[in-house]
Design a protein around this ligand. Sequence first.
Ligand code: DQA
Length: 145
Amino acid sequence: MPKQILILNGPNLNLLGTRQPEVYGSDTLADVERDCAALAAELGAEVALKQSNHEGALVEMIQEARNTADGIIINPAAYSHTSVAILDALNMFEGPVLEVHISNIHQRESFRHHSFVSARAEGVIAGFGVEGYQLALRRMVNLLG
Ligand code: DQA
């Protein structure tokens, strides 16, 4: 049975491609989904990509992942910097968690330098553009053995 990997995206990432392309690039979330699905197939895994603009919806998706996913790759977007609820939900998930940021959050405003999710994540990728999702996916497949 192929490993199931949830790629979860927080607020405003639905507008990837048109949202501040000078910061986030011109690829859309559908492009990310397509490229990750292709890479997952090569690596013998399966991905499901989800996105929500709502904190509670993200919490519920993480809770549901306890029964449906072996690992979670998450870009919590702005909730990285504010959400104890998302951290708490991830703390109930038993598999590995990897955190992705498209931009280099450490090069940006100081309020972006801290992420609550990083306390739970096995690894963090920031500033590699949307390629970060693919790097995280390779790492996740290795972690899941
Ligand atoms: C982001 C960085 C966050 O600070 C920001 O709020 C986002 C996207 C990134 O992918 O670089 O929405 O997580």
